[in-house]
Write a protein of this length. Sequence first.
Length: 499
Amino acid sequence: MKLELRGITKRFGALVANDHIDLTIEPGEIHCLLGENGAGKSTLMNVLYGLYKADEGEILLDDHVIHFNGPGDALAAGIGMVHQHFMLIPVFTVAENVMLGHEPVKGGVVLDLPTARTLVREISDRFGFEIDPDDLVENLPVGAQQRVEIIKALARDAKVLVLDEPTAVLTPQETDELMVIMKQLAASGTSIVFITHKLREVREVADRITVVRLGKIVGTADPSSSTTELASLMVGRTVDLTVEKDAPKLGAESFVVSNLTVLDATGHRLLDDVSFTIREGEVLAIAGVQGNGQTELTEAILGLRTGVRGSVTLDGRELVGASVRDSLDAGIGFVPEDRKKDGLVAEFSVAENLMLDRSVGEPFAKGLNIRFDYLEEFADKAIEEFDIRTQGATTLAGRLSGGNQQKVVLARELSRDLRLLIASQPTRGLDVGSIEFVHDRIIATRDSGIPVLIVSTELDEVLGLADRIAVMYRGRIVGIVTPDTTRTRLGEMMAGIEA
């Protein structure tokens, strides 16, 4: 089935998320839609899937114009979509999830679960998915859950399958398995739209590549194109994708975590007996699939968690039991994984956000009064230094793009008198050029003799920044290794196989 998008335009108020986009997907083709976060890729596919209605343009299937009033119409037309965040019911079986929304019935009233089981087995066997229709979804690993989503689409006879950032929650091995599945599906005649920002994966699996930047198609590329060429198309200028750094000049073990455990309200261990050290002038990166205790680890260090046992010391000072204020005053800079929820106050100006948690005492305050002259000077300098794209320091932070909001958080934390930097997903939402800048700042912090703790689900980022890598799985550290460890070995560790 040939799919065409002609002149698709989608606006959200004054924001033009898609600007007259033309795109053709040929039968049996893996077509990669490449672009940075916020480029408009997912919006375009949500228009295709019927979740959004285009303001302008049309969709054609086999040269016939079609109109979708919702995902049900898209599914009926043969278009399926696997979202980045799976839409499965954990307490249902695989078969029950697959049949949900178009349940087969006997006699018009009784659910025909055996038919659903048979369909799951048939699709699973055809593509080697190894999925049991009677397994509960909540008991399946993430990679298997993704296969269930694909089975859901194929069970409804999808001829075009949209995969939105499908590798974001996968280990390297699960990513490799997905690539094999995509090629099998394409060989069987299914067209695949692969949405991603990961250059290595694009070059490995795509038949054609379309690059989207700021809501517009800016070019097409061949999979044989170099990562530098693809990155340049994404950003609009030449960028250096490698992290330049010298060998670390290690100092004392100034940051020590010993037997750190975090319990939830029911006594369940969210973090299980975690221990590691970071020396002055060293980057320790925490690798792992999202949701394996990384969030609980950083929040426990900062004092944001209750139910914490064990020890965390910085320069010999015990932080377990200390307040967040005490932890910040001890010299911790903290970049949270969710900037909108934990890193910024959207209703505050850029300048006000740059002095959050620092409004008591010098240099931002004198007595009970804010030193607005100092704040203005500080904010203007930070805006220039970190290339924060804003009309000025008085602009509300909520009006900035996601990438510029992240730069505000980074500017605030890196301007502290640091004794430890904790950065969780430091480049999430940034374009390639901004990532290059942030990586350089992190390495500069390390080279100034500060211990650095990085948490990232981007394996390329981990390998580029780390002097050592700690891999987390289900709340535990399964091993600490060097950056020359193979991706295969790291993937095994991310799946729980200890070093």
